[in-house]
Write a protein that binds this ligand. Structure first.
Ligand SMILES: Nc1nc2c(ncn2[C@@H]2O[C@H](COP(=O)(O)OP(=O)(O)OP(=O)(O)O)[C@@H](O)[C@H]2O)c(=O)[nH]1
Ligand SMILES: [Mg+2]
Length: 274
């Protein structure tokens, strides 16, 4: 079993991403396209998350923010078996994934000691954790500085927890169907991180060995069609500010969901960006 943690700022789409993984097997039957991977949920928490996803994908709802209340032990582990069919082989991954509240990421910025945050970080950086998926989402003015401060602190904590050399870090930009963010839809490291988050990238590349660092683009919602690159989403105003929901559930085609997990788990790159 590969232990993975998902961290990132509030509202970056962490829980929605995991909900989409959990819901994929149900939804896949509706799609026409053949995929070279399969996903199976392995525990009740993941199946419950899939039910919540049903609500998002089908009825245009949104998930509740994840909270720190109750401490780390209250957060579930989501557990998946993912099989990826390569040219001649099938790679099977069993993953136990923990989804962190955005609050923890944001509290790292201040650097002040806080018992609750420490509990989460100790758990995130335990020796048996293979890797972290860091989901970032903004690029407006000031964000690069904010992310780079938080991630500098995070890499210092990796060192002090003796994880500086053996923890894989997949950094992904979420909600990448946004055309204004990523018009070319190629090469996330160059087109997204070099362009929009250069300081963040510089901190990470300075502190983390290249073999343990990769950059990705993810869109849990995806675009309408290959020849219709409009985002498959509509924005709505909810109680927590702006929320996005799927526009056409029948053509739901997420992007980049599997490749970061494949690399975090196996250390190898997938042959495409499924
Ligand atoms: N446009 C777009 N919106 C998305 C995508 N994934 C998630 N969202 C929206 O982003 C908002 C926040 O999603 P969450 O999954 O709750 O974010 P989170 O990172 O878990 O947030 P916290 O639990 O507060 O840390 C919701 O309105 C989602 O519908 C995506 O791929 N594209
Ligand atoms: Mg959440």
């Amino acid at each position: 079993m590969s232990n993975i943690r998902v961290i990132g700022p509030r509202g970056s789409g962490k829980t929605t991403y995991l909900a989409a993984l959990a819901y994929w097997p149900d939804k896949r039957r509706l799609g026409k396209k053949a995929h070279h991977f399969t996903i199976q949920s392995l525990n009740d928490e993941t199946r419950e998350l899939a039910e919540k996803a049903e609500n998002i994908i089908r009825e245009g709802g949104s998930l509740e923010p994840t909270t720190v209340a109750g401490g780390i032990d209250r957060l579930p582990f989501y557990s998946f078996r993912i099989e990826v069919k390569n040219l001649l082989t099938i790679v099977e991954m069993n993953l136990a994934i923990r989804d962190y509240p955005g609050e923890i990421f944001e509290e790292l910025e201040s650097g002040t000691k806080n018992q609750l945050t420490e509990e989460f970080i100790d758990e995130c950086l335990m020796k048996d954790v293979k890797g972290c998926l860091i989901l970032l989402t903004e690029w407006k003015k000031g964000t690069d500085k904010f992310y780079s401060r938080v991630l500098k602190r995070f890499t210092d904590l990796m060192d002090s927890h003796d994880r500086g050399n053996d923890l894989r870090i997949a950094v992904a930009m979420s909600k990448c169907e946004r055309g204004e963010l990523w018009p070319g839809r190629l090469a996330p490291e160059i087109d997204l991180f070099d362009v929009h988050l250069p300081e963040t990238k510089a901190i990470l590349t300075a502190k983390i060995h290249p073999k343990n660092l990769r950059f990705y683009a993810i869109s849990t919602f995806g675009i309408l069609q290959r020849n219709d690159p409009r985002p498959n989403r509509v924005d709505e105003w909810g109680t927590n500010g702006r929320n996005s929901v799927l526009r056409k559930p029948s053509v739901w085609q997420p992007y980049g969901m599997i490749s970061p997990l494949y690399w975090l788990s196996t250390g190898k790159r997938m042959r495409d960006d499924a």
